[in-house]
Design a protein. Structure first.
Length: 230
């Protein structure tokens, strides 16, 4: 702890209030009403105050590390929650069950993320914050994203059924959009595995340890690439 405080004495959480630019994401307009979920809708609190101010978008990154704990065989879930472009919560914890495949551990992580997203949205509503209709979640397992997002996808591993239906119901209700992201660009990877800070510095710096304008990071990368080419 003392070593961390000495090395990162100037660490800061980067606060950015602008909404993220997500307009280029592919549409996920499927007829979920013809599935087992029917016309499911989000349950809204009836005693929440009237929302005021600018609306916000919540973005979540999720990841899992299979067989992280060598003693119990359990995986670890890593989750990062953003309000607009500001990191507001993070989660790193060993899963409660033993999964024998990456698919199962990633689906368990997705279900935990969904539960936290619902809680986060409810908290914002009770604080009087207007929320955009859909939250966004990103994961780096293509099979899990596909099985969650496409109505006619089937589940082959029945012991993951509860996590499977929990995630799909959120998507069917239009509360959540679940998208694939490359593992190298997934910041949740930071809290799901053991890393040296040099290995994840590119992902970590814009989120936690940079107090200046993050646009400067792009300029720094371009300068570095130019030097390498020369």
């Amino acid at each position: 702890m003392y070593g961390y405080l000495k090395k990162f004495s100037s660490a800061a959480i980067r606060v950015r209030t602008d909404e993220p630019e997500l307009s280029t994401l592919p549409d996920q307009n499927f007829e979920w009403c013809h599935t087992v979920y029917g016309n499911v809708e989000e349950l809204l609190p009836k005693d929440a105050p009237k929302p005021l101010g600018k609306s916000v978008t919540t973005v979540t990154y999720t990841d899992a590390n299979l067989y992280h704990d060598l003693l119990t065989g359990r995986s670890v879930t890593g989750i990062l929650h953003f309000c607009n472009q500001t990191l507001i919560d993070w989660y790193s914890k060993r899963q409660a069950t033993v999964e024998t495949a990456t698919f199962g551990s990633e689906f368990t992580a997705a279900r935990i993320s969904v539960d936290q997203i619902i809680d986060f949205r409810t908290t914002l509503r009770y604080l009087g914050v207007p929320i955009n209709n859909k939250s966004f979640m990103f994961g780096d397992n293509q099979a899990v994203v596909t099985n969650s997002s496409i109505p006619h996808s089937s589940l082959n591993k029945r012991h993951n059924a509860l996590s499977y239906h929990r995630v799909r119901e959120m998507i069917a209700a239009g509360i959540l959009g679940y998208y694939w992201i490359d593992g190298k660009s997934n910041p949740a990877d930071i809290v799901s595995k053991h890393w040296g800070y040099q290995q994840v510095w590119t992902l970590l710096k814009p989120i936690l340890f940079y107090s200046g304008d993050t646009l400067d990071l792009i300029d720094d990368n371009e300068k570095t690439e130019t030097k390498v080419e020369n």
